[in-house]
Design a protein around this ligand. Structure first.
Ligand code: C2E
Ligand code: CA
Ligand code: CA
Ligand code: CA
Length: 279
């Protein structure tokens, strides 16, 4: 037993060392990724649940590294956060998404918003409003066309600071969505004080809604809370007609998911939108 305990210990040590070697490799490669233009944004359409019109797009970052290959944002964003690199990467994401949105509007593609994901570190950075203003001005994009997606964790550390930041952003005219809603710790008493336009119902509630009555109950409750507080709802991860039917019947305003489209490179996203824009 003693022997196997030691083996198990050294097995875990080796695994940890391997993991931290990859983490270090990613951290170093991330430092050069911006200047080497290894990032791209893919866009996933967001649809009006009733009209099925595409009303917006969520920008999702993609990274291709020559040695590491395609690295998932679920893996590298936490590393970018812990190294502080997320500030520069996040600025690139916002600038690029604003420029793409400007081009689409100029092409006659009428979207309401382009959404970008903000990490908690970006949201807590007191220069965020200046950064937003600079990127909007650079792209000549009116603020109402930019939606910032933040998670509850960005706001729970310091709710008073979050309320002040949301106030500054709202006065600028940008829109705010609360991402992954229902998975974090934000208390409902804060929710009423947050100036937020949209709650994004996390895909973990959508995935099994056909089988799971609890998931359905939670979705219905979120939609009711949002309505009572004057917020829109968007369900993410919609993959089936049955899920769409349920969300539609419950009054969820917007949907996003593989049922409609995967996230697409900008040229494919444009082609899709041009195909459904009346000439
Ligand atoms: P998220 O913001 O919750 O984004 C939704 C994720 O679900 C995306 O994964 C998207 O591709 C995926 N997805 C969309 N529709 C479906 C569906 O129907 N079924 C399933 N199973 N998945 C679907 P992705 O692109 O791998 O991004 C993962 C996470 O990485 C994002 O979660 C977000 O937290 C983070 N992320 C992505 N891009 C950025 C960025 O530019 N900045 C920051 N800070 N975080 C980002
Ligand atoms: Ca998101
Ligand atoms: Ca989400
Ligand atoms: Ca998520």
């Amino acid at each position: 037993a003693k022997q196997s305990g030691r083996n198990r210990y050294s097995f875990f040590t080796a695994e940890l060392e391997a993991r931290s070697a990859r983490t270090l490799h990613i951290a170093n490669a991330l430092r050069r990724a911006l200047e080497r233009e290894q990032f791209a944004l893919h866009y996933q359409p967001q649809l009006d649940t009733h009209t099925k019109a595409v009303i917006g797009a969520e920008a999702l970052i993609r990274w291709y590294h020559p040695e590491l290959g395609q690295v998932s944002p679920a893996e590298f964003i936490p590393i970018a956060e812990s190294t502080g690199l997320i500030i520069g990467i996040g600025d690139w994401v916002m600038r690029t998404a604003a420029q793409d949105m400007r081009r689409w509007l100029d092409m006659g593609i009428t979207l309401r918003t382009v959404s970008v994901n903000l990490s908690p570190l970006q949201f807590q950075h007191h220069h965020l409003p200046e950064q937003v203003a600079r990127n909007l001005a650079h792209a000549r994009l009116p603020a109402k066309h930019l939606m910032l997606e933040l998670t509850e964790s960005a706001a729970v550390d310091d709710p008073a600071a979050a309320i002040a930041m949301l106030d500054r952003l709202n006065r600028q005219g940008v829109r705010i969505a609360l991402d992954d809603f229902g998975t974090g710790y934000s208390s409902l008493s804060y929710l009423k004080r947050f100036q937020i336009h949209k709650l994004k119902i996390d895909q973990s509630f959508v995935r099994d809604l056909e089988q799971d009555a609890n998931d359905r109950a939670i979705i219905v409750a979120i939609i009711h809370i949002a309505k009572a507080l004057g917020m829109d709802t968007l369900a993410e991860g919609v993959e089936s007609e049955a899920q769409l039917d349920f969300l539609q019947a419950q009054g969820c305003n917007f949907v996003q998911g593989y049922l409609f489209s995967r996230p697409l490179p900008a040229p494919q996203f444009e082609a899709l939108l041009l195909a459904c824009t009346p000439a």
